[in-house]
Design a binder for this molecule. Structure first.
Ligand code: GTP
Ligand code: MG
Length: 138
């Protein structure tokens, strides 16, 4: 089984969508093996998203990610990285397939409700950034 890292973003936690989003993960066969609600500082959001530091929306993205609590989770399942990205839908909700989290819940390309790791190496790094081994309970 593969593991991936997920964030339920501030736009979603503010609108009480945590449960509805977790249900989408579980219905797709992904198991929540670690979960915590935290409020990132702008500096912590900047560190997490440093790969995007040169993008024009970086500052806006960091402000947004620090604007309210997030729910950081580790999801486990067969092909968890690809499956999670399928359930999330396209980055821009206007392009997201019907039934996906972003199609149903996202407000804009920036405030798009969820993050999911894009590859095995990033999943490993992102999990280690937020969780210790003791917190992962398969
Ligand atoms: P993540 O799972 O969050 O990494 O999304 P992604 O892989 O679908 O998108 P990408 O890695 O390209 O961008 C990371 C995040 O930056 C997105 O999820 C958005 O929140 C934000 N973002 C991307 N493009 C834009 C944009 O054009 N404007 C703004 N404001 N934010 C953007
Ligand atoms: Mg990404």
């Amino acid at each position: 089984l593969e593991r991936t890292f997920s964030i339920i973003k501030p736009d979603a936690t503010k609108r009480n969508l945590t449960g509805a989003i977790v249900k989408k993960f579980e219905d797709a066969g992904l198991r929540v093996v670690a979960s915590k609600r935290i409020h990132l500082s702008k500096a912590q959001a900047g560190e997490f998203y440093k790969v995007h530091a040169e993008r024009p929306f970086y500052d806006e993205l960091c402000e947004f990610m620090a604007s309210a609590p997030i729910v950081a989770q580790v999801l486990e399942g067969e092909n968890a990285i690809a499956k999670n990205r399928e359930v999330m839908g396209a980055t821009n909700p206007a392009d997201a397939a019907a039934g996906t989290i972003r199609a149903e819940f996202a407000e804009s390309v920036g405030e798009n409700s969820v993050h999911g790791s894009d590859a095995p190496e990033t999943a490993k790094e992102e999990i280690a950034y937020f969780f210790s081994g003791l917190e992962l309970v398969g």
